[in-house]
Ligand binder design. Structure first.
Ligand SMILES: [Zn+2]
Length: 452
């Protein structure tokens, strides 16, 4: 009983204002390391974080995977002893490019102004890394009883393919990061403009990325004498057929759970249809609604985006070859080989080759009925503004796919409160995070981990 009340009081003795200021200053310095990937070059940023952890009495380990590419691992042992497997806190250190001419501040200046820390990576994903680091420090400093070891992993190379980061570590040093639960990026607390309440979406699954190259072959010649075998014409016909491809709607388990969680926040008849999404009788009414919804449309079928086209060298030469690239995102459980077969069947042209340039990583969704999910959900509803918690299927890829492939339960949630405008700055212009969000994030991580 005594131990219990001691833990309950931990949260009140902590100087959160000081921790928030410290987090903002740390993040500002962290953002000043240009870790644009490619080439990434994360090592100086990783050494900076390792030094901070050293000063705080932790013993971080740096693992280099290639020249300039590095990962940081630190472990806070369970207290008094481990009674459950570890929990891994994961954030990547690399960022996507930023064109400074579009920004109102320099993207690598780490400026603090108007209550925000500005810079590429402020939200995705350096902000999350600092939130994890601060929460770990608070847990250590107040000697919070912990049932599990907490492992912090700050890795390289998420924005391309994980080859020098998470995927490499799971292949070469799985023992160092083996955990029951992984806390990654993915969902967040997003303000609903209509009702002012928040949707806390915790990612339990993601779509698989399949990149396909189409190459049409024809006969070259002078453009003044059309030969009827123009590779570009052939490619255009193939793409026109694909543009008409009707891909069926398929409700996966994470989406059914998501609809059920969101049902209470919807007006009739959406509330009824969402709550009974499993029932086929609702589908003729539900599917058109989902199809028109920006959030759900990409989550209910495989999507195909034509992203690259290449053909020809001169306007008066008929090219021998024309190439297109498709970015295809598959629902969980889809077989990429079957999708490639569908594409060939739709194109119906032997002189257009269809090859997979990148195959999705096979993995299973993480269960939402776990201690981790419940504890995080409870913490959000206690500490955050009124809202709903929902499992979430992310349309884009994260490193969670590698952890899930290795059998760990990975959950994607950036513990921040955003609206659509702040959200659009991720991979966009003027990315920033409020210092209030840094504090909120640290408190959510701290409370969740000590209850876990
Ligand atoms: Zn990210």
């Amino acid at each position: 009983m005594l131990a219990q009340s001691k833990t309950e009081n931990l949260g009140t003795k902590i100087d959160w204002a000081a921790i928030e200021t410290e987090a903002a200053n740390l993040l500002s310095r962290y953002l000043q390391f240009d870790t644009t990937n490619p080439p990434g070059n994360e090592i100086a940023a990783i050494e900076f974080l390792a030094e901070i952890l050293h000063e705080r009495g932790l013993t971080p380990q740096i693992i280099e995977t290639a020249p300039g590419r590095a990962n940081l691992i630190a472990r806070l042992p369970a207290l008094p002893r481990a009674a459950a497997p570890p929990c891994l806190l994961y954030a990547h250190a690399d960022v996507v490019p930023a064109d400074s001419s579009d920004w109102s501040v320099s993207p690598f200046s780490g400026q603090i102004k108007d209550g925000f820390v500005w810079g590429r990576g402020a939200l995705d994903d350096k902000g999350l890394g600092i939130v994890f680091l601060q929460a770990l420090t608070v847990l250590r400093n107040c000697a919070a009883p912990l049932k599990r070891d907490i492992i912090l992993l700050i890795a390289a190379d998420e924005e391309t393919c994980g080859r020098y980061g998470a995927a490499w570590l799971l292949d070469h040093h799985p023992d160092l990061i083996q955990a029951e639960y992984v806390w990654d990026e993915g969902g967040m607390g997003l303000k609903q403009s209509a009702r002012g309440q928040y949707i806390y979406s915790i990612a339990v699954a993601e779509k698989g990325a399949l990149t396909v190259r189409l190459t049409a072959h024809g006969a070259p010649g002078h453009a003044s004498i059309p030969n009827g075998n123009n590779a570009s014409d052939r490619l255009v016909r193939a793409l026109a057929r694909l543009a008409e491809w009707h891909r069926p709607i398929h409700l996966t388990q994470p989406v059914i759970e998501m609809l059920a969680s969101l049902a209470p926040s919807q007006a009739f008849p959406r509330s009824l249809l969402f709550a009974h999404a499993r029932n086929k009788l609702t589908w003729p009414f539900l599917f058109p609604l989902l199809d028109k919804d920006m959030l759900f449309a990409p989550l209910i079928r495989n999507t195909v985006s034509l992203t690259m086209l290449r053909s020809g060298q001169k306007s008066n030469i008929i090219p021998a070859q024309a190439e297109a690239k498709l970015d295809i995102r598959l629902l969980p459980g889809e077989d990429p080989a079957a999708v490639l077969g569908d594409i060939r069947a739709i194109i119906k042209d032997m002189r257009v080759s269809v090859e997979a340039e990148e195959m999705p990583v096979a993995h299973s969704p993480s269960d939402s009925a776990t201690d981790f999910f419940r504890t995080l959900a409870d913490t959000l509803l206690t500490l955050g503004p009124p809202g709903l918690v929902t499992p979430y299927l992310t349309p884009g890829a994260t490193d969670s796919r590698f952890f899930r492939r290795a059998g760990m339960k990975a959950y994607g949630f950036m513990p921040m409160l955003l609206d659509n405008q702040e959200l659009s700055r991720i991979h966009g212009i003027d990315e920033r995070i409020s210092t209030a969000n840094l504090r909120f994030g640290i408190q959510v991580v701290f409370e969740t981990l000590r209850k876990l």
